[in-house]
Design a protein around this ligand. Structure first.
Ligand code: ADP
Length: 268
C-alpha cells in the first residue's frame, strides 16, 4: 500500500472479532483533482469572452452609439459568442466520448468520403493560404464515422492553424502490417520536445495567445485522444520547431475492413 491513500474502518464484530474495511481513495482523489482543474479551466475560458460581451453591452446600454461603432461592437460580440459556442460544443463532445452511456458503435467507414470531408474543411479553414494535399491508399475501416471525422478533422485543422500562410499540409491514409495509418504532416511552427507528451491534456497549449487567435479551444487533442482510445488506436507526434510536425494515427488491423467481410470481433 506504499504511496496510496486508504480510508480504514475497523468495525467490532461478535464482541471480540473485528472487521477491517478499507477504501483506496488514491484514484478517487486524482479524478477529483482532474475534475476540479477542468471546471476551473473551463470557467476561466468561458468567463473571458463573456466579460468582453458584457463590457460591450454595458457601453451600448449607456451611450448613444453611431451606426458604424454599433456595427463594430456587434461583430466583436459575435466573435466572442462563437468562441463560447465552440468551447461548449467541444466540452459536450468530450463528455460524450467519456460516457459509458455512449459506447462506440462500429460501422463500415468509407475512408474516401471521410477524408474528402476532412480535406474540404481544411481547405475552407485555410482559405487558399496553404497547399493542402490528400493521398488515400489504405483500406476502409470499422469505426464511428462521426468520431473519426472529429478526430481527423481536429488534426487537419491544427496543421492549418499552426502553419503560416504559404506552408503545406499533407494528409495520407495507408495500409500497414499492423492495420491502417492516418498521417497529417505540416510545414508549420513545430513543437518543442518538452511539450509533446502533454499536448493531449485538456486546455494544454504551447502558446495560449496563438491558440486563441486561431480560434482554438485547447480541447482538440483531448478529443482526438478519446476518439482514438475508443478505437484502440494510437497517436504519435514527431516535430521539429520551425520545421513542422507529423501526427500519426495507427489503427489496429481488427478495425480495418476488408471488402464485404464481416469482422467477427466487432460483429456483435
Ligand atoms: P488548441 O485549440 O489550442 O489548438 P489542441 O488541443 O488542438 O488545442 O492542441 C493543443 C496545443 O498543441 C495547441 O495549443 C498547440 O500549441 C499545439 N499544437 C497542436 N497541433 C499542432 C501543430 N500541428 N503544430 C504546432 N503545434 C500544434
Amino acid at each position: 500500500f506504499r504511496g496510496r491513500k486508504l480510508i480504514v474502518h475497523i468495525i467490532p464484530f461478535e464482541n471480540r472479532r473485528q472487521i477491517l474495511v478499507t477504501h483506496d481513495i488514491t484514484e478517487t482523489e486524482r479524478t477529483d483533482m482532474m475534475r476540479r482543474d477542468f471546471i476551473a479551466n473551463a470557467s476561466h475560458e468561458l468567463r473571458t469572452p463573456l466579460t468582453v460581451i458584457v463590457g460591450f453591452l454595458e457601453i451600448a446600454a449607456s451611450e448613444q452609439l453611431d451606426a458604424a461603432t454599433r456595427q463594430a461592437h456587434l461583430k466583436l460580440m459575435m466573435e466572442q459568442a462563437y468562441r463560447m459556442q465552440h468551447l461548449i460544443e467541444d466540452m459536450l463532445t468530450l463528455s460524450r466520448l467519456e460516457s459509458i452511456d455512449h459506447p462506440m458503435r462500429p460501422e463500415r467507414v468509407d475512408v474516401h468520403k471521410l477524408l474528402d470531408k476532412v480535406l474540404r474543411d481544411a481547405q475552407a479553414l485555410s482559405a487558399g493560404k496553404h497547399e493542402i494535399t490528400l493521398e488515400v491508399q489504405g483500406s476502409d475501416v470499422m469505426g464511428s464515422f462521426d468520431e473519426l471525422y472529429s478526430a481527423f478533422g481536429n488534426l487537419a485543422a491544427n496543421a492549418v492553424r499552426y502553419t503560416p500562410a504559404g506552408g503545406a499540409v499533407h494528409l495520407s491514409w495507408d495500409d500497414t502490417a499492423a492495420g491502417v495509418r492516418f498521417t497529417v504532416r505540416d510545414t508549420g511552427i513545430g513543437i518543442s520536445p518538452e511539450h509533446i507528451s502533454r499536448l493531449t491534456e485538456r486546455f494544454y497549449r504551447v502558446d495560449k495567445s496563438r491558440s486563441r487567435e486561431t480560434q482554438g479551444t485547447g480541447l482538440g487533442l483531448a478529443i482526438v485522444k478519446h476518439v482514438l482510445l475508443r478505437h484502440n488506436a494510437t497517436l504519435s507526434i514527431a516535430s521539429e520547431p520551425g520545421e513542422g510536425s507529423t501526427f500519426t494515427v495507427n489503427l489496429p488491423k481488427a478495425l480495418s475492413a476488408a471488402p464485404h467481410q464481416a469482422i467477427p470481433a466487432l460483429a456483435a
